[in-house]
Design a protein around this ligand. Structure first.
Ligand SMILES: Cc1cc2nc3c(=O)[nH]c(=O)nc-3n(C[C@H](O)[C@H](O)[C@H](O)COP(=O)(O)OP(=O)(O)OC[C@H]3O[C@@H](n4cnc5c(N)ncnc54)[C@H](O)[C@@H]3O)c2cc1C
Length: 497
């Protein structure tokens, strides 16, 4: 018998992931599929999640959302980079900027020349060759895509935004495209006795809502993927021991409106500062095995740049991901699919990957085991590469001032990460796998920023003299500095909205 086509999709949950999923599905399938989203006003969303990375622009672009409308609606700001303080050592600081660093010559990456000049004392720090980092440090921004009269690209940017307002914005968008929103608390999940597939969810008032495919966006509760299907969880806490966070917004009256996120390491975790138009988002992510809740909350409250606007809210999590992110006819997206702490702002990106990949692997019928297999391979790859990148920040450090730092500095790390660190230490080779999310420049900035200087450089850099290389570096830096000076401040840009 021919398998039936997918006609109806139910999205469970109305947080950031629920509404991003509904919007993307509506945009892609509005003419052929019925889409319903169920959420319960009685169960709040996680309420944090305010920093993103540049691919969010293509997500909004696919939906046809105007960037300026989006910034206004979400009280958003621009993000060019993340500033890491106290990571390699207490007191130090570096930027991981989006976009390029320097400019390669032929097939040779820029950093090979930079390494050679650095050893000879003829190079500035790596950030001096990143247009994003130079503009970020000067608190400047304009949406420039080229540096005038040069072959150099302009800025690469993402956003900070109020996640609650983003969900609201996407709700309007989705409802306009025919998505039906149902308010109600799900109290039971029904499955087919033979296949185990989910057939319907039941609300508190007894209504049963049926569908062919279910998107589980129910947050850490993971109602379908875990509650009903029990799809297993890969626990990564031995590498990422932070398992709790306090979050609190504060006023931004004295804010310099930095166009970047700050990540400040403390003795058993780190603190974020995310500048929005109307407030600053703050949080302290920490490992409960190494720090008490009281101390964690105190550290956060003592390190705010403005007046706290609420009491701090605590969140608990376990780093890892579902063993099967797509199981039977349930696809988990967002916190229901797994969680990696927000050190590089990757969760909303994983929502975007999850829903984009679903559209790319969308089944033509209810027989979807092959689609699920391919989808899971892709999502596992994304999750694991991001996991390695986050572990890198903890592991490559000289900090030995607390039990926590001693643990993460000396722990065994995944083999894939160990090899990358070894290669870079040995000869400065930055390995990037397939289409993994973070670029070679991203890996480079973090490895250098955390204190690795390679033992050797590729001999191709010796084909030019050190003076010639130094002149090349100097010219790039001067061009970028000049171009940054001509930009308006980030605050002027936001005021122009
Ligand atoms: C401390 C912390 C900091 C973070 N910072 C960032 C960041 O800077 N950048 C970033 O990209 N991401 C960040 N994230 C992640 C980000 O917050 C989430 O990825 C994003 O908000 C998506 O959450 P969600 O929609 O999956 O879940 P939730 O927001 O928890 O939404 C769950 C939804 O399910 C519904 N629901 C649950 N149970 C039921 C039920 N029984 N019946 C009906 N409805 C139900 C709820 O009503 C709600 O609508 C952070 C997360 C944490 C924990």
């Amino acid at each position: 018998m021919k398998a039936k086509p997918i006609k109806k999709i139910v999205v469970v949950g109305g947080g950031t992931s629920g509404w991003m999923s509904a919007a993307m599905l509506a945009k892609s399938f509005e003419k052929t599929m019925e889409i319903e989203l169920i959420e319960s006003d009685a169960i709040s969303t996680v309420g944090v999640g305010e920093a993103t990375i540049p691919p969010i622009r293509s997500f909004n672009g696919y939906l046809g959302i105007d960037e300026m409308d989006f910034l206004k609606a979400t009280k958003g700001s621009i993000k060019l980079a993340i500033e890491f303080q106290n990571w390699g050592q207490k007191g130090d600081s570096y930027l991981h900027g989006f976009g390029y660093v320097g400019r390669k010559i032929g097939i040779t990456p820029f950093h090979v020349y930079w390494q050679k000049c650095l050893k000879e004392g003829k190079a500035k720090d790596l950030s001096s060759y990143s247009f994003n980092n130079i503009a970020a440090q000067a608190n400047k921004f304009a949406p420039v895509t080229k540096i005038k009269n040069t072959p150099l690209d302009g800025l690469s940017w993402a956003f900070h935004f109020d996640a609650g307002l983003y969900a609201k914005f996407l709700r309007h968008y989705s409802e306009d495209k025919g998505v039906v929103r149902t308010e109600g608390k799900i109290v039971a999940v029904h499955q087919d006795s033979e296949s185990g597939c989910v057939t319907s969810v039941e609300l508190e008032n007894g209504t049963k809502i049926e569908a062919d495919l279910f998107i589980d966006c129910s947050g850490f509760r993971a109602l379908l993927i875990n509650g009903a299907l029990n799809s297993g969880y890969e626990d990564w806490s031995k590498w990422l021991p932070c398992d709790r966070a306090y979050a609190v917004p504060c006023s931004n009256d004295n804010s310099p409106y930095r166009p970047y996120t700050q990540s400040i390491a403390h003795s058993a975790g780190w603190q974020w500062r995310i500048p929005l138009q109307h407030r600053t988002g703050n949080g302290h992510v920490y490992a409960s095995a190494f720090m008490t809740d009281e101390t964690a909350a105190e550290i956060l409250m003592n390190n705010l740049e403005g007046e706290a606007l609420k009491d701090p809210m605590q969140l608990k999590f376990t780093a890892g991901k579902r063993s099967k992110i797509w199981d039977k006819n349930v696809i988990s997206i967002g916190l229901a699919s797994g969680f990696i702490e927000p050190l590089e702002s990757t969760s909303i990106h994983l929502v975007q990957m999850g829903i984009t990949n679903l559209v790319m692997h969308f089944p033509s019928s209810q027989d979807c085991s092959l689609n699920a297999r391919d989808y899971n391979n892709r999502m596992d790859f994304e999750y694991e590469r991001i996991r390695d990148f986050i572990i890198l920040h903890y592991h490559v450090t000289e900090r030995d001032d607390s039990e926590f730092w001693n643990y993460v500095r000396t722990m065994d790390v995944p083999h894939s990460l160990q090899q990358r660190i070894e290669s870079f230490k040995h000869n400065g080779f930055v390995y990037r796998e397939d289409n993994e999310l973070f670029t070679g420049e991203g890996w480079l900035q973090v490895m250098v920023g955390q204190g690795i200087i390679p033992n050797y450089h590729n001999p191709i850099a010796d084909q030019v003299t050190v003076e010639e290389s130094a002149e090349y570096l100097q010219n790039l830096n001067v061009i970028m500095e000049r171009a940054a000076q001509q930009l308006p401040t980030h605050k002027q840009f936001l005021n122009s909205l």
